[in-house]
Design a protein around this ligand. Structure first.
Ligand code: HPA
Length: 254
């Protein structure tokens, strides 16, 4: 079973799913709405990251419940879509990007291992995202001629405000290419849950302070609207090629 975590403005996957069944799961970390069905001949589960009516802003997303539910449903591979700002001149807005590194600048810690009954565990995050899934996307992009940037460092802030100009200057010094508000908790919880995680990002704006423009959520949704068909196609073509067996850092027992 492959999971798809739909970010802002990306609920179209649902339209295409056959044998669609929408359900709810009560997890120890909250209730989750999800849709299962078949897409491109694969069993998938779709979870809207921000809730079915986009009720949860980034700092209130039920990250633990989302990942818990996906694990319970037997998901071993998760594709997470997200909108991001970009600060790398080589990654202009509009260029789909699958990052390979992560800077976690969020303020909260979300873990399934908080001591006591949950135990203590330290998982390896050297490679934060699944390298095998990224390689498939890279090959599909090459075969189809789709302009996709493979690699790049995603810096994660808690949000829900966009960043300050000084924060973006800091990210530049730290080697970041993209900024967003959701991937760090998702990637870490996936690793703890033994789920391979592939983020597919849509750069929708130059990051704060790089242009004179003010940043708005409306602009994010408009740009996502322009990019989503390409993004869905990239995932569609890649999905059938994800290997059944896993031999990546994500699948190891820690
Ligand atoms: N910063 C953080 N998150 C974002 C941005 C940004 O500039 N654009 C879209 N999501």
């Amino acid at each position: 079973m492959i999971g798809i975590m739909g970010g802002s403005g990306l609920y179209e996957f649902i339209a295409d799913i056959t044998g669609k069944k929408t359900d709810m799961m009560h997890t120890p970390h909250g209730v989750i709405d999800y849709t299962t069905g078949s897409w491109m001949g694969q069993e998938i589960v779709f979870v809207p990251r921000h809730g079915p009516s986009h009720d949860f802003p980034p700092h209130r997303v039920k990250f633990k419940a989302n990942i818990w539910a996906l694990r319970e449903l037997g998901v071993k591979r998760l594709v997470g879509t997200c909108a991001v700002g970009t600060l790398n001149p080589k990654i202009p807005p509009g260029r789909i990007t699958v990052p390979d590194q992560l800077l976690d600048l969020t303020k909260e810690t979300r873990s399934f291992y908080n001591g006591r009954r949950e135990g203590v565990k330290h998982v390896d995050m050297t490679e934060p995202f699944c390298p095998a899934m990224r390689q498939i996307v890279r090959e599909v992009a090459r075969e189809t001629g789709m302009a996709v940037q493979a690699g790049g460092t995603y810096a994660c802030f808690s949000g829900p405000t966009f960043e300050t100009a000084a924060e973006i200057r800091m990210v530049k010094v730290l080697g970041g290419d993209l900024v967003g508000m959701t991937l760090a908790p998702e990637a870490k919880l996936c690793r703890e849950a033994g789920i391979c995680y592939l983020p597919v990002c849509m750069p929708v704006n130059w990051a704060a302070g790089l242009t004179k423009e003010l940043l708005t959520h409306r602009q994010t949704l408009e740009q996502v609207g322009l990019m989503k068909n390409d993004l869905i196609n990239l995932i569609r073509w890649s999905m059938g090629k994800f290997p059944a067996d896993r031999d990546c850092p994500c699948s190891k027992e820690y």
